[in-house]
Every structure is written in C-alpha cells, then in structure tokens.
Write a protein that binds this ligand. Structure first.
Ligand code: IPM
Ligand code: MG
Length: 371
C-alpha cells in the first residue's frame, strides 16, 4: 500500500476529457490494490493564458515539483494560434519540459492484435511491432538560440537553431542503451549526418557510448530513411533514439502502426525530480468536448507512471491488460472504429476499462455485449 501525490494538468481541448478518464482509472487501481492517490490540479496552455496571462503559471510548476509525478493532457487550439511565441499554449509545454529537466521522452509503439484492421498498413507489416522511440526533449531545434523573426536590410527573416551540447547527447543516448539492454538489445540512432553538423557529433557520441554496451547493437540511420523504414518494415526496430524534432515527427508516423494517434502514451523522465506522463496526441479541437476522444493513450500514460515513477508494475500490467481486454472485446472509439461499426464514447471506454480493472467477471460481460 502506498500513498502518492499526482499533479494533473488537463490543458486544452480533449486534454480535459482524456485526463479525467485516466484519473478515473488510477482511482480504480487505488481501490483494487489499496493505494492512496491524491490529485492536485494545475493550469497549463491556452486555459492558463486566459486565466493567468501565461501558459505556465508559477503555481502550476510548484504543484508539479512537490508531486511524485505529473499527468498531462494536451495543449493548444485555434483560439491562441495567432498569439506571439511567448503567449502560445505550446510554450507552456516546452517550458515545463525544460524547467523540470525532462530530457528523455519514451514513446512505446506496440502492435495490438485486435487493432490490425484499424491500421492503414498491412497485417504482415505491423504484426508483432514492439518498438520504443526515445526522443530527446529539452534541446535541439525546439530550444536553440537564436530563434525569432527579424528584418535585415529590408528583408524579412526567421531563424531557428539546432544546437546540442555534448553532455545532452550523451545522456539521452546512454538512456537509450540502458533501455535497449532490457529489451531486444538494439539501438537505432537516427540523424541527418550527411547534412547536419549536430548530427555528425551525435553519431560520434553514439559510437562512444556504444563502447560501454558491448551487449547492445548500434546502428545509424538517416532520418529520411528511418521515416521510410518505419512503414516498410517496422519489425526491424527495437529502440530508436533521436533529436527532439525528428522524434516528434517519427512518433506521429509510428503511431499509425498501432492504428491511431489516440493509442500512444509517453513518459518524460529526468535524472532527478518527478517525471511527466502524457499522451502523444494533441488537443484535437475539432472533437473537443464531444465525449468522442480515445482516452487509451492517456490511460496507458497513467500505466507508465505506475511502472516507472512508483515501481507498481503489477498495477501497470493490470491497466494494460484491461485495455487489451476491451479492445479484444470489440470496443472502439471513433478513431479506431471500422466503417459501419458502432463507436463508443470516451466515458463508455473509460467505464469498461474501469470495470475490467475492478472486476474480472466484467471482462466476460464485455466480451458478450460487444462481441
Ligand atoms: C508532442 C507535441 C508537442 C511537441 C507540441 C504540442 C508542442 O506535438 O508532444 O509531440 O511538438 O513536442
Ligand atoms: Mg508531436
């Protein structure tokens, strides 16, 4: 029996619906296994801009720092799209990642047997896919200076900078090797070393770190090729480690191997202090507030929290199994439903997963109702 404080930052759009689903699931886990979860809510993103004039208020950061882990929904929406850089919802997300030193973003991509039909790719291509994208999260193109717009000699310009310090690359590549050691022992380091200087340094460092992990195989892959290989033969990958923006792009692409962006959880870890868990999807303003969003990515993010921050692997397994059960039983939110198939609401999906967690018999009930 443990007692944990979780900071919850729902954010904007479907962020609210999916985090409230994940909180429900955590409560169910608390009931079933006798843990105490205390939830403290904070503002981030567009809502924080509206209420506090900044996308990451100090109170929010304070709540996160004094908690054991952070659960985040999503930020952003058309309402704030024309705001200047410092008043954009996304800025709040980047700031919290930086402030809490969450440099290692883990994005697991797992094939679900029952979702074969939901992926646009052929079954033989996605069968058995089990890969982990380790995205560097606090450096690279997202944070390099200079960044901004200017007018020089009457000409309008914009600049972003891809900058990495050696230590930043070392720690993320090392994390990837350590994770690979517990998996299939293969690291694919993705870069653009044929063009970018930062990538050439990345490659050198990866080679250096590899010396300390003789049991793990290292391969290098150019990012354009990696984008293609992820669709051509995703089974070849185990751990992919890469620069912030490459990781952002490749993880959205990789989500389609599972059938939907709505399925992918993530964990953002630091070497000290609480970690943050969030679905990789955005705030989906087009379906926000309609009880349609797929809560599974947020729920699986909560499972990652239990496993990685609290060491509760049995509890994490229980959530993952419950998700597999409802999927196997045929439950589908709109994003993963087939043509003509009834899509369930966010609440229905959450309730059935909860039922599966609380009561093993519920699973067989779900099986008969949705078969
Ligand atoms: C993600 C998102 C964010 C990112 C956005 C919302 C800033 O796309 O977590 O992948 O680019 O990192
Ligand atoms: Mg993204």
């Amino acid at each position: 029996m443990g007692s944990y404080q979780i900071a919850v930052l729902p954010g904007d759009g479907i962020g609210k619906e999916v985090t409230s689903g994940a909180v429900e699931i955590l409560k169910a886990i608390g009931t079933r296994f006798g843990h105490q979860f205390a939830f403290k809510y904070g503002l981030i993103g567009g809502e924080a801009i509206d209420q506090k004039g900044t996308p990451l208020p100090d109170e929010t950061l304070a709540i996160c720092r004094e908690s054991d882990a952070v659960l985040l929904g999503a930020v952003g929406g058309p309402k704030w799209d024309r705001n200047p850089a410092h008043l954009r919802p996304e800025k709040g997300l980047l700031q919290i990642r930086k402030e809490m030193n969450l440099f290692a973003n883990l994005r697991p991509v797992k094939f679900y047997d029952s979702l074969t039909e939901s992926s646009p790719l052929k079954e033989e291509v996605i069968q058995g896919v089990d890969l982990l994208i380790v995205r560097e999260l606090t450096g690279g193109l997202y944070f390099g200076k200079p960044s901004g717009r200017m007018v020089e000699n009457g000409e309008e310009k914009a600049v972003d900078t891809l900058l990495y310090k050696k230590e930043e690359i070392k720690r993320i590549v090392k994390a990837a090797f350590e994770l690979a050691r517990k998996r299939k022992k293969k690291v694919t380091s993705v870069d653009k070393a044929n063009v970018l200087e930062s990538s050439r340094m990345w490659r050198e460092i990866a080679e250096e770190i590899a010396q300390d992990f003789p049991d793990v195989t290292l391969e290098h892959m150019l990012v354009d090729n990696a984008a293609m290989q992820l669709i051509r033969s995703p089974q070849q990958f185990d751990v992919i480690v890469t620069e912030n923006m490459f990781g952002d792009i490749l993880s959205d692409e990789a989500s389609m191997l599972t059938g939907s962006l709505g399925m992918l959880p993530s964990a953002s870890l630091s070497t000290s202090g609480p970690s943050l868990y969030e679905p990789i999807h955005g705030s989906a303003p087009d379906i926000a507030g309609q009880n349609k969003a797929n809560p599974i990515a947020a729920i699986l993010s909560a499972a990652m929290m239990l496993r990685l921050s609290f060491g509760l692997s049995k509890e994490a397994d229980t959530i993952e199994k419950a998700v597999q059960h409802v999927l196997a039983a045929g439950l589908r939110t709109a994003d993963i439903a087939q043509k003509g198939q009834r899509a369930v609401s966010t609440d229905e999906m959450v309730n059935e997963i909860k039922a599966a967690i609380l009561d093993n018999e519920a699973i067989s009930h779900i099986m008969t109702v949705y078969a």
